[in-house]
Design a protein around this ligand. Sequence first.
Ligand code: CA
Ligand code: CA
Ligand code: CA
Length: 698
Amino acid sequence: MSGTSLNIKFGFPTKQFLFLAGLLLVSTGLTAQKSLKFENGGGPSGNGPSTSNQVITMYNGDAAVYSPTTKVTYSFSNQQYASGSVEGTNLPGMVFGATVNGAGSGNAPLANALYPLMNSISGSTNAHYSIDGATPAINVGNDYSVEIMTISDALINSNGSNKIPTSSKDVYYGDLTLTFDRPVNNPVVHFTGMGGFFQENGSAGTLGLSSGFELTDAYTVTRLSGNNYFSVSGKKITNSAPTYNSTTSNSAPAASSGSVKITGNNITSLTFKVYMNGDGQGSSRWSSTSKFNGDALLISASLTTYNISGNVFNDANGMNDNTVNGTGTNAGGLNAVLIDPATGNVVAVVPVNSNGTYSFTNVLSADYSIAITKDNPVVGSAFPGVVLPDGWAATGENLGTGNGSDGTADGILTGISLNSNLTNANFGIEQQPVSDNKEETIPIPTNHTIPQGTLTTGVSGSDAEDGTLGNSNTIVITELPANGTMYYNGTAVTAGQQISGFDPALLSFENLQDGTRETSFKYSFLDAAGKQSQTPGTYTVKWDGALSVMFTGVSAFISGNQLTVNWNTEMENNNAYFEVLASTDGKTFKTIATVQSKAPNGSSDTQLSYSITKGLEDTTKIFGVSFLFAFAVLVSLNRKRKLTAATFLIAVASLITVSCSKQEQPEIETGKTIFVRIVQVDKDGTRSTSKTVQAVIK
Ligand SMILES: [Ca+2]
Ligand SMILES: [Ca+2]
Ligand SMILES: [Ca+2]
């Protein structure tokens, strides 16, 4: 608060003041966060020296193992002073669990606990450490740390002479890596007692020496606390005292102790370069052949846990308002599942209360997804997926009460980076509409077509949030007929097409397949949340009998004195025979020929072709006088070839004009053309009729 001041006047209303004070208390409660630390029993129990990896299990700040189990592994690599190169020993330059042997009679390290209390060396106090506001704080009399020795005998030769001057800085010893067994956010690392000294036998000459560290990863290092000489510059963590010794102090010579925060998400390891520094004072050597010397220090880590809470809402309008909101619900029984997105494994499971609220407490700072499901997945196993109660669908998930969502409505809230207590990790769900099955029976369609205006049956359904559903609501055509083409208001319907204000009279069908007795499509209502039914409704149109032969290529022409009619069938089913019908007005047809089916036993699934040719004179006998009159001109043309070509062309031109007309125009004069159609008769007497064509003149 330096440089600013709160200007609270004495006349400040008491009620408002109390209200504000209450808010402060509430917010303090919400921001409580807990620490995971190195505690008694969390690390190895033996002594070094050792170069083996050291594994520490994080404790919960109350002497219990944190669940799910979270571990940190310490390892050395890139040792610059390999085993055997350190004067007097077979040790490398850095080891766990060793300390100075200054008695002058032992050129070997003294064994030290691999995992001692933080107050075992250097005299640091609780105040030197911070865990970024979490509780409980570091207690040096209760918390533990990993002991490391950087051996200064690595810097002397076997005859005791220095390899490098004692004023050397940043002498690289190798790397120390802390590996987390699951990704973590913003770990805090505590350094205890960076600093030591070497004293020559029988001499007051004392060299100060101190380890230093430099993070090699792309994270930010921030000094949280420490004695005056605990310094962070960039990614370097050093003892900045001008001269060193082994006691944490604000007066040089001194060791340094303190805490740094490593800012980063999804951190799985931290690698530090380890350096030795000499202050160039007192002794002219780093060590001697009769002593074992170096810097024994402690390094521990702590992590922070936070709380996550949220709501499951019955969100009747889904994301149509771009907001995950509504009335709290657990849909009769839901769990909230915390998931590690790196592995997909379940971290924790808590029930969703009947009012939709849920909360996770004491969750390790890391990245997460949260899912809701009616199942109870196993912690530590892969999350098997969201299963909502029957009839419920996810409408969206959002962190916070504002607009928007995580982009995919799937019952999983993704992208949670837990670096503070989080509230309103919210889910929207709602009940899907029910779409009823519908059925209507009609007469057997002719020409494989059900025209508009035939059907009268509407759609119906219901929705838990929206109420009764009917023609006035929006439906989606989810599945098209398998045996024909469906049209709505004259336009072919596509799968997924939405129809608002459904009118069954606007439905029509074409190309209905032979042999079928019904056609159907599937539909679903869209409810206010934009969700469809879990099971679509089936709209079925039935007729009393099977459609049989499907005609294609029906054509007729007049050539010379003869009428020829051609047609194909794509398949035949129980077919008996065909009748060829002709008409002069397109209304009154008479049978001019009967043709037996070519299909064995009347059934075939391959194309069959038929053709008949009749003399026009024979044909006219069937129709009597008026038809005979109709063809008088044509007949005379063929008989009296002496007529001029011009006359012939005029007559032909008038016939072609009529036959090319696409529709049966009422103004066409009867007697100037011939209409032909085929009727197919099943063995059971069922009749179906081809389209009608006009004969053309060739
Ligand atoms: Ca909404
Ligand atoms: Ca989602
Ligand atoms: Ca609904």
